[in-house]
Design a protein. Structure first.
Length: 175
């Protein structure tokens, strides 16, 4: 039986749903809408340079049947002059939330990044009120580290965030 979720490169047919995730407040959800952005920016980025680079990227989260259910992304964060890590995030279509895709996709992304890059640390943060995402990160093997007070501006207010991490030695790589 195939995995319930897998990661794959974002394809052209996914772009409409990906844009919908960020441009429609009902799709973005309570914790994902940060205001309207530049229409067409995602399509332009995809066509001009793609979504994977040495500094970060984004991949589609696909259900067992291959349909697009969301995306994961990562970006490089420096913790010192020679010490970088990845900061990851996830966005799922509203109809696909609560099905376990989030924890599996974030776990798969950590495995992928540890297998294909040399970082030792992957971190993620979420608003302190986003209990579902906190549970997903913990189920994916991430450890809660601390609260970042007033770290994220959304919906007219500064919000506290919870920081999580997982280290290379804490993730078993399949090889």
């Amino acid at each position: 039986m195939s995995e319930p979720v897998h990661l794959r490169p974002i394809a052209e047919p996914d772009l409409g749903l990906l844009e919908h995730l960020y441009e429609d407040p009902s799709q973005a959800g309570d914790f994902g809408f940060f205001g309207y952005r530049n229409p067409g920016q995602l399509r332009r980025q995809w066509s001009e340079q793609g979504f994977v680079s040495r500094q970060g990227g984004r991949l589609a989260v696909a259900a067992r049947d291959g349909r697009f259910v969301g995306e994961v992304q990562w970006r490089q964060v420096l913790q010192g002059p020679e010490s970088s890590c990845w900061n990851i995030g996830i966005a799922l279509l509203a109809a696909e939330r609560g099905k376990g895709f989030g924890k599996l996709a974030q776990r798969r992304l950590a495995e992928y990044l540890f297998a294909h890059t040399q970082v030792n640390r992957i971190e993620a943060s979420t608003e302190i009120a986003n209990v579902a995402e906190q549970k997903a990160l913990e189920s994916a093997g991430f450890t809660r580290e601390r609260v970042l007070r007033g770290a994220c501006f959304r919906g007219g207010a500064w919000r506290d965030m919870v920081l999580y991490s997982v280290l290379r030695g804490e993730v078993a790589l399949q090889g």
